[in-house]
Each structure stands twice: as structure tokens, then as C-alpha cells.
Write a protein that binds this ligand. Structure first.
Ligand code: GMT
Length: 375
């Protein structure tokens, strides 16, 4: 199949899922066209089955807001015609499904019919899309997609509760290439980060408010009072400064490392003992799944799709949002002895296996075929 993938090319989970999906499909022989404003961060290699088409928006001073959706829908029309693309897969209802719908309509004028699959990732639904300013456009875009998917059962239920949806929503979870994740790093440089007797705790996110990164610091503070440990914070975002300040106030700055954005999260996860994800909202929690696949147990909140990923008492523990006391207690339970920690590490990998690329990507392929039959 010739498939166009539209996504946000940034460090966010939706961009990662879209990119990994494209790479997996290309490996199976499908022709993949990424159409976005920048080469996606995880798209390092362009192979014969992978193409990248940049959407450029000419800056015109008269416009207060430059019309990205217009440029995107025009680019989609041009690329579909040029490369004979058969399926559009847009990640994020806004603005991608909206632009995709316009492209479909323009193509139909020329008797070119192409189905659109829309994947909902969460922030487009629960955080932004539900705002009254966007709600009509989001509802319209979802209802006018040929196939709609959501990354968890929880997000499906949220979407049906918040919007007037007439379409069936298929749950296709985030996925991970498990064989690539298990022991992928040969030079695991634990010594650079901590002493032998110290535990290493890691958090990875875009350090936005929704991730409750101050809770990460609070949990770690309680852990380090009981057991020697270090915290690694990976990612960049608006809450970084306030977290650094909180570490200073608590006198733990020397035990916390802020590494910024990284393309090599696996190299950090290889020596990580525990992963923290105390988010306010999380439609799935790809970061938690990545940690589990690398054999790292997870302490998380029990919000959104997290209970579908992190299994209570097996791959880690879940608590109510904001309950940092309980999260720290559970963390200490896991870190208590090497024996317990190793058992949780093994169980984390086993729990992640359900979401292996080989199990999930065929679900998308099946839906593409279904969309083509409908068109
Ligand atoms: O929250 C993020 O880190 C970014 C965000 C995005 O929009 O890319 O991630 C969302 O999509 C991911 C992939 O489906 C999910 O794993 C994340 O849980 C989801 N984030 C939220 O719901 C807050």
C-alpha cells in the first residue's frame, strides 16, 4: 500500500508512534510518505520505502496566524496525485484530520477518492480539543474520517463522553519493538551516572504541567531519604525551571540530573532501576511502555490509559494522581532488595510484550484495508 502519514514531528508520543508505525510498515514493504513541517525526530534513515515531504508555510506579514492547515491540505493533494497515495493516516484530530478532510474534498473534485484514517492520541481530545473554541471542528473531523482509532480504551470512552461521535472508534494501542528493546545497549554506562550502591530513578517527558513533574521530585525526595539514589530527568519543557528550583529548596540538586531532550533514551533506560510517571492525564503513556520494554518497573498515577499499560503489583504500582506518599512507599517496596527489583524488572518486560510491534501494527493494516474497501 502507499500510505501518507501526517503527524507532529516532535518529541511527543504521537509523533513517535506515527514514525515508528511508518518505519514498521516500510519494513513490511509498504510505501510510506511522511507529510509534515519537519523531518520527524526518530526518522533517521530514509530508505527506498520511506519518503519525507516538508510542508512549508510562506510567512506573509499581513497574516497574524500563518495558515498551516491550508499549506498541509494543498501539500496532501499534490503528494497524493504525484505518488498515487492510497490511504491518508492522520495523527491528531486537530488540525490534521481537519486538513485531511479538505484534501479529500479537493481530490474528489478531480475524481480521486482516498480514505482517511484518524488516530486520536489524547491531548487532541482531553486537553485541547475539548475547548469550546475547537469542539465543533474536532467533532466534525472525527465524524468525517473514514476510520477512527484511539490509543486506549480509556481515550475511546473519553472521546465518546466529550464529543457527539457517530463513528465507531477502534482501539489500537501504542506499541514497541520488544526484541529491539531487550538488552539493546552493549555499553551500558551506569558508572557515569551513579555509584554501585545507588538506585537510579528516571523520568522522561516534555516537562509540561500535565506530567506533574514536581511530583516526580517529591517522590524522589522521599525515596532518597530512605535509600541512596539518583534521579535522571530527560526532556525539555516549561516546568524544568520550577523543578530545578524545587530540587535546590530541598537540597537534593546534586542527586538530580536534567539531561534535556535525548534521542538515546534506551541508553538511559538500560541502567535505570525505576521509572516515574505521575501524570495528571495520560491517554496511554508510551514513555512507561518504553521503560517496561527495557525492563524498568513503573510507578505511575492511575489516570487515563495508564492502568491498561502498567499492571498493579506486576510491572509496577499505580496510585491516585498527586498521592506522592503512596508512590514513594511503593517505589521503596520495589527497590528494597535486588531480588524484588529483579522480579519486577522481569515482570515489566512480560507486561510490555502485549504491545509488541508485531501484534499491533497488523491492526492498523487491517483498518487501512477496511477503509479502502469502504471508499
Ligand atoms: O504527552 C505527551 O508526552 C505528548 C502527547 C502527544 O500529543 O504526542 O502524547 C500523547 O500521545 C501518546 C501517543 O499516543 C500517548 O502515549 C500519551 O499518553 C499522550 N499524552 C497525553 O495523553 C497527555
Amino acid at each position: 500500500m502507499k500510505i501518507a502519514i501526517v503527524c507532529y514531528p516532535t518529541f511527543g508520543g504521537s509523533g513517535v508512534v506515527a514514525t515508528e508505525l511508518g518505519l514498521a510498515l516500510a519494513e513490511q514493504g509498504h510505501e510510506i510518505h511522511f507529510i509534515t513541517y519537519k523531518q520527524p525526530v526518530r526518522l533517521e534513515l530514509l530508505s527506498k520505502n520511506i519518503h519525507f515531504h516538508e510542508v512549508t508555510v510562506p510567512i506573509y506579514p499581513l497574516f497574524h496566524y500563518q495558515p498551516y492547515e491550508l499549506a498541509l491540505s494543498s501539500k496532501l493533494v499534490d503528494m497524493v496525485k504525484l505518488h498515487k497515495i492510497e490511504v491518508l493516516h492522520v495523527h491528531y484530530a486537530i488540525p490534521h484530520a481537519y486538513a485531511g478532510y479538505m484534501a479529500k474534498k479537493m481530490l474528489a473534485e478531480e475524481n480521486i477518492f482516498i480514505p482517511m484514517v484518524t488516530t486520536l492520541h489524547g491531548t487532541d481530545i482531553t486537553l485541547v480539543g475539548n475547548h469550546p473554541f475547537y469542539k465543533p471542528a474536532v467533532t466534525f473531523s472525527i465524524n468525517n474520517s473514514d476510520v477512527v482509532t484511539s490509543v486506549s480504551q480509556s481515550l475511546k470512552e473519553d472521546t465518546l463522553r466529550l464529543f457527539d461521535i457517530k463513528k465507531e472508534i477502534h482501539v489500537v494501542p501504542n506499541f514497541i519493538d520488544i526484541p529491539k528493546k531487550i538488552n539493546p545497549v552493549t555499553d551500558c554506562q551506569r558508572d557515569l551516572m551513579a555509584e554501585k550502591h545507588e538506585r537510579i530513578i528516571t523520568h522522561v517527558s516534555n516537562l509540561r504541567k500535565v506530567k506533574r513533574v514536581q511530583d516526580v521530585i517529591e517522590i524522589f525526595d522521599r525515596i532518597q531519604q530512605k535509600t541512596p539514589s539518583k534521579l535522571i530527568m530527560v526532556g525539555e519543557g516549561p516546568e524544568r525551571e520550577s523543578c530545578e528550583k524545587l530540587c535546590e529548596e530541598k537540597g537534593i540538586s546534586e542527586k538530580v540530573m536534567f539531561l534535556g531532550n535525548s534521542n538515546e533514551v534506551d541508553k538511559i533506560l538500560c541502567f535505570t532501576d525505576l521509572f516515574l510517571l505521575p501524570s495528571e492525564k495520560e491517554s496511554f503513556g508510551l514513555a512507561a511502555l518504553e521503560a517496561m520494554a527495557c525492563g524498568v518497573p513503573v510507578i505511575s498515577s492511575n489516570t487515563g490509559g495508564l492502568p491498561e499499560v502498567n499492571i498493579q503489583g506486576v510491572s509496577g504500582y499505580l496510585s491516585e494522581v498527586g498521592n506522592v506518599e503512596e508512590m514513594a512507599e511503593n517505589a521503596l517496596k520495589i527497590l528494597d532488595t535486588d531480588e524484588t527489583l529483579n522480579a519486577f524488572k522481569k515482570q515489566a518486560i512480560e507486561s510490555a510484550m502485549v504491545y509488541d510491534t508485531k501484534k499491533v501494527v497488523p491492526m492498523y493494516v487491517k483498518l487501512y484495508k477496511m477503509a479502502l474497501e469502504k471508499e
